[in-house]
Design a protein. Structure first.
Length: 218
């Protein structure tokens, strides 16, 4: 899956540690803003899944803040799985399971891994094709158990248009690299999830013109 694409600015040996930890500046910039909202949507206890966990810098912060949840990271790239493990060990976060090698663009993964009580996905949909995004969203719907909640964070089109010059430029850059990828419209994403039995709880405006989409299994 395209989460194997190197993240802009991703660096090995976070802060010169010399171990397997990687660091992504974008994750460090946005994780506190996401955490401002995550606890009000997350259940107190249960199984939590992060799709495309990347370096692991999101999940260590989120798991530490939700000790009643058991977090399952997933990541198709071996170096990033090693980074997730290294971050969990370095931060001493006990409620993170070993990362799974999961391609969330593969149809059927959601039924295999569910039922999940809480799911988080960040900054992936604009980096993959529409077909792959459909598989990811279908998998999210399949994975969520009764009353399960999913949070999806990232940049989106609104009514088919980018809402800032920076977003328009980044979307154009992505499509120049690969015409199959690029920003997805927020209504397309939500409609896909609603068609698969989920209900929209809230759409939260976030810094840097991003959105946090909250949906639940009804």
């Amino acid at each position: 899956m395209t989460s194997e694409r190197p993240a802009p600015g991703e660096q090995p040996g976070a802060a010169g540690t010399g171990d397997a930890r990687l660091s992504a500046p974008s994750a460090l910039r946005n994780r506190d803003a996401i955490l401002d909202h995550l606890p009000r949507f997350a259940p107190e206890r249960g199984r939590a899944l992060e799709i495309a966990s990347g370096t692991g810098e999101h999940i260590v912060r989120f798991a530490a803040a939700t000790p009643g949840l058991t977090w399952q990271p997933t990541e198709p790239d071996a170096a990033r799985r090693a980074s997730i493990t290294a971050w969990a060990e370095a931060e001493g976060v006990a409620n993170i399971l070993p990362p799974l090698d999961l391609d969330a663009a593969r149809p059927g993964w959601g039924a295999e891994i569910g039922p999940i009580d809480f799911l988080f996905l960040s900054n992936l949909l604009h980096l993959i094709s529409t077909e792959a995004a459909e598989a990811v969203l279908s998998g999210i719907a399949e994975a969520l158990g009764p009353s399960g909640v999913a949070l999806i964070y990232g940049p989106f089109l609104r009514d088919g248009e980018a809402t800032s010059e920076g977003d328009a430029a980044f979307d154009a850059q992505l499509r120049a690299q690969d015409p199959a990828i690029g920003y997805k419209d927020v209504l397309w994403v939500l409609s896909h999830l609603v068609d698969r039995g989920l209900r929209v709880i809230e759409t939260v405006r976030m810094p840097a013109n991003n959105l946090l989409l909250a949906v639940e299994r009804v």
